[in-house]
Design a protein around this ligand. Sequence first.
Ligand code: SF4
Ligand code: F3S
Length: 104
Amino acid sequence: TYVVTDACVNCKFTDCVEVCPVDCFYEGENTLVIHPDECIDCGVCEPECPADAIRPDSDPGSNQWVELNRRYAGIWPVITERKDPLPDAEAWKDRTGKLSLLSE
Ligand code: SF4
Ligand code: F3S
């Protein structure tokens, strides 16, 4: 599976949802997640994200992201169409360590 990391927080560019063939992105207030059991591992979303927030679960340390994506994908609504990024997306794009800012 692929997962969304905290690099998406406060950005939500949503280019990713446009290309996903199985519509497995879910939307929170300030980030998206991927449903790890619905993702078919095609990889097409990864290069689309301007914040480089999408990673394969083969990345070292990805366990926490898989768990987080699974948890919120079960709660948040599906998103299937692109929308405007959050207002300060460009400013937040290259910031790291944004997990504590994630809005449930
Ligand atoms: Fe969707 Fe493919 Fe990305 Fe998985 S890897 S979230 S199936 S676009
Ligand atoms: Fe987030 Fe990147 Fe998609 S910022 S909404 S994972 S395009």
